[in-house]
Design a protein. Sequence first.
Length: 381
Amino acid sequence: MSSRSHLFSPLTVGAVPTPNRIWMAPLTRSRAGQPGDVPTELNARYYAQRASAGLIVSEATQISREGQGYAWTPGIYTDAQEAGWRRVVEAVHHAGGRIALQLWHVGRVSHPLLQEGGQPPVGASPIRAEKTECFVVLPDGTPAQVPVEAPRELSQPEIRRIVGEYAAAALRARRAGFDLVEIHGANGYLLNQFLDLRANQRRDEYGGSLPNRARFLLEVVDAAAEAVGRERIGVRLSPNGVFSDMSVEGSLETSLYVAAELDRRKIAYLHIAEPDWAGGSPLTEEERGALRRAFSAVLTFCGNYTAARAEAAIAAGVADAIAFGKLFLANPDLPERFRRQAPLNAPDPSTFYGGGEKGYTDYPSLDAVGREAQRGANIRK
Ligand code: PHB
């Protein structure tokens, strides 16, 4: 039997002590309460079921209406959303867990149907993301996947406004009780659009050179750190990721630059989304090693890891923790299953987005399976 001792060793993530290195990855589930994109009791149950994760990273959560790119994703910019999230956090804490809120602005990955007054979405430059869809509710009430529309370019006062919205969202998250906040700089959304060589064609101090392309993300990190403390901030990046029309060119170099800047800022963690479900070539061991050398605090990788590969990455010192998406979605007690090397439930893609309890809070834990088996045995007696 192979050892899982590294996966189950404690880890301090900034201000937060955690009991293991098995994280739940952020997963869009599109089940926020309507109207208002408010987290519900059902959402609280889903997260509380997964409280044995070393750290839960919440689904991506928009910091403003402008930052929304898909119907039914939760927000963190109204009092009702903050109150809804407080109930989620209380349920997770009550179940013994820890949770970070992922702060999200989709930028150009949106559509006038999702925007205030039918406005176009916003971006670094007026360049539409090719082969990219968002999820809207059409005027006749039917939900639909539609191609994103061309954004308009953000002005500098608007960039300053959005930096302030990130800080306000971080404060709301802390007021709701979240242990940490994760700034979403990955997967082709707004901050990634500024980092990207193709999506960002600006000629001001937010475009061109590496320091210029990284400026917006780092301003957001600094403002959020000012609001809630650097020891409560994580950042997610996706080097070599091509989701939502990001370019591979310069991507790793950009991530290494940002990682070094984040290292200087002494934030709690850096979370690397490896290319997996969204295509793109996998990171090499050398690339992971370069990220490790650039960032000295907690470094977490995510993307199609098995327990064995996760254990090996931590044992080798490349990763401090590994995040699991689909496996955690389908296995609320994933750490216990890893510990016992128990079989895993298979995720059902037809219930990933939208809907209710089915495919959300009804994946069985081992205990539930055990109780069922016990009942079966009792009946047969
Ligand atoms: C999605 O909802 O499709 C989504 C959200 C956040 C990500 C990636 C994908 O980082």
